[in-house]
Write a protein that binds this ligand. Structure first.
Ligand code: TXA
Ligand code: MG
Length: 305
């Protein structure tokens, strides 16, 4: 059972939660101005209240109303929106994005998603929609409608099926606070794509100002072992490249990073359902999209920070 984008927008206006497809992962959405609805998101996910949410809006104009984009933000928005890209900017409108949504910070995370269904919902609703990934806190993000419903479907009054997510990894989170660019979460837009717009990104601030990066994340129930050459007894090997494990469990038989990103969370979930003693994962190159894939894998394996 799936609802229409219009029904989802109506649910948001009623103060209810929705399941929303985006090109990255499925989101659990609420009206960003409605503190009660936002509180229901934290409750459904079991998410610590110090971890702020991303506000999704229809276009750059709507973004510029809630956050101070500045020249750096505008340059990045121009290239990467709509798309899998999130900007942290000073907050301008504390009514449209309530304090709880920002975890009390004086900054706001903004994204203009590209998925046509997400865009329809945002256009019909007309205001910012907070939407964290629709998983319960600490678990892999859902990249299919069924996985999203299984994770947090109990909490919503409308769920829109937008098919499998094309990207499969969460958006890249970039801060432009204080007039400098910091990469807070590697994601679908790569470091070098960002540097092509704003020049070299300074190292150092990464992670520190993104509260959500401090906790165990993306973890299935089975222990995850990374950089594995082969499966040990009872393990499933998620392979990468030709001849790494069984084709059925391959992240990408041809060694394609985009394909691996799109398959990662789904295969972690499917492997977990077979109750293996562990999930082993082949080494993944660290270049390009590989930075974000390795980031999620390290966290799934319990190496945080
Ligand atoms: O692709 C995505 O970004 C998905 C889809 C649904 O849009 N959403 C998503 O949301 O991944 P979530 O809540 O799982 O991740 C939001 C990240 C967290 O790491 C959070 O700490 C960070 O953004 N964040 C949000 N507001 C922030 C702020 N004001 N300053 C620093 N980090 C912030
Ligand atoms: Mg998440």
């Amino acid at each position: 059972m799936s609802q229409t984008p219009l029904q989802a927008a109506q649910a948001l206006a009623n103060g209810d939660l929705i399941l929303l497809p985006t090109e990255t992962v499925y989101g659990l959405g609420a009206d960003a101005s409605n503190a009660e609805a936002v509180a229901a998101i934290f409750a459904a996910k079991g998410r610590p209240k110090f971890n702020p949410l991303i506000s999704h809006v229809a276009d750059v104009d709507a973004a510029a109303k809630i956050g101070e984009l500045g020249p750096l933000g505008l340059a990045l928005a121009d290239v990467f929106w709509p798309g899998p890209f999130t900007l942290i900017t000073p907050i301008l409108d504390t009514r449209s994005v309530c304090d709880l949504a920002r975890a009390g910070l004086d900054s706001v995370a903004i994204r203009v998603p590209a998925h046509p269904v997400a865009r329809e919902v945002l256009a019909a609703f007309g205001g910012p929609v907070v939407a964290p990934s629709a998983n319960r806190s600490g678990r892999p993000s859902p990249t299919t409608f069924t996985d999203a419903v299984e994770e947090t479907g109990f909490a919503v009054s409308a769920a829109v099926d937008g098919g499998p997510c094309q990207v499969g990894l969460e958006s890249t989170v970039v801060s432009v606070l204080g007039g400098r660019v910091a990469l807070l979460r590697p994601g679908a837009i790569t470091r070098s794509e960002i540097e092509a717009v704003v020049g070299p990104i300074e190292e150092g601030a990464e992670g520190h100002r993104s509260p959500g990066r401090l906790t165990l994340h993306y973890a299935p129930d089975a222990p995850v072992r990374i950089e594995a050459d082969a499966a040990r007894d009872g393990e499933i090997l998620l392979g990468f490249g030709p001849e790494a494990g069984e084709p059925r469990w391959s992240l990408s038989p041809s060694g394609d990073l985009h394909e691996a990103a799109a398959n990662l969370f789904r295969l972690l979930r499917e492997a977990d359902r077979t109750r293996p003693t562990g999930i082993a994962v082949s080494p993944i190159p660290t270049t390009g999209l590989g930075e974000a894939i390795n980031d999620r894998l390290r966290r799934a394996a319990g190496f945080v920070g």
